[in-house]
Design a protein around this ligand. Sequence first.
Ligand code: KG4
Ligand code: ZN
Length: 359
Amino acid sequence: MSKKILAIETSCDDTSVALVSEEGFVYGMVSASQDLAHQPFGGIVPEIASRNHSAAMLPLVEELIKKTQVLWSEISGIAVTNRPGLIGSLIVGLVTAKTLAHVHNKPLLGVNHLEGHILAPFLFDTERSKPQLTFPFIALAVSGGHTSIYEVQGLGDYAVLGATLDDAAGEAFDKFAKMAGLGFPGGVKVDQLARTGRVDAYEFPRGLIHEDSYQMSFSGLKSSAQRMIASIEPSELQAKLPDLCASFQEAIVDVLIAKLDLAMKKTKIKTVVITGGVSANSRLRSKAQDWAAKKKFDLHIPPIKYCTDNAAMIGYAGALRLERGESHDLNLGPSPRVWPEDFKSGNFNKGRQARVQRS
Ligand code: KG4
Ligand code: ZN
């Protein structure tokens, strides 16, 4: 019988618990979003995030166990995100996981959140059949905290080809949305408004797009959007939002696809994965599909519930590592950064070492 792993994810502002098999089958997942709690502040407030994780954690574990009807005797291990992330948020998940591991005498697995995102496209469930995905592949992990391109050769064999030098793409979406008065988190609102706008209505910079490197930059785009919004009469802003959103979004999507295209060309790998919260963006999904079809690449984008932060991806990474014989002591600590051994640096940036993404 397949091993069942109970997984916990609390690295940022989503509390999520899941039960996953070593094949990537998700028996169940329950999550609590904190968007409403952070909305008045226009961004994530770490103290509020940890407090809400504490309140949501145990009820979610109980709900998952009830929903899946799993017995503790059937659970083979407890996986938890212990890095990278907001330290207070990580501590809540980690303490819960350690306590469950100790009380039920199960192995504990501390998982790198980014490894979770990289492996998310393998997940399947009663609504989605097992994906035909094999190593190696190129992965773009793009969310509010990270925007990196990896060459993935196998479990634990991840080379960072490149990353953003400044803002993550999701952060740029959120900051733009805040400037335009759209609230937080803004990515999804920009996506919705952009559907009726023109992508060429405004000229936005596409940082480093023509550079022969995988590095990206979104801070110039943000400043340009700030100037653009300031130049518009407040009474006219509302009417111009669809065009502004569509043009801004297009600049981000163009950069992401250009860098993926470079990675596919240089590595000659034919399979590509896009994962992380921003991969929920409808324009990115459709443009990536057109690009992959044209270039005959095998593109995998997980369903949105496995793109955004979720415990299922952590459970799958933990299950594969347990299968390999790995586990951690109960003195495992949280880390705001990835561990040095989590990623290799690619040799693709002409001698410049790619920045290892921090969160
Ligand atoms: O992976 P995620 O849930 O959390 C982390 O940041 O790790 O990603 C959240 C990010 C936010 O910046 C949010 O605005 C962005 O993903 N996002 C989107 C869309 N849905 C979520 N950005 C653009 N278009 C969307 N549809
Ligand atoms: Zn994430």
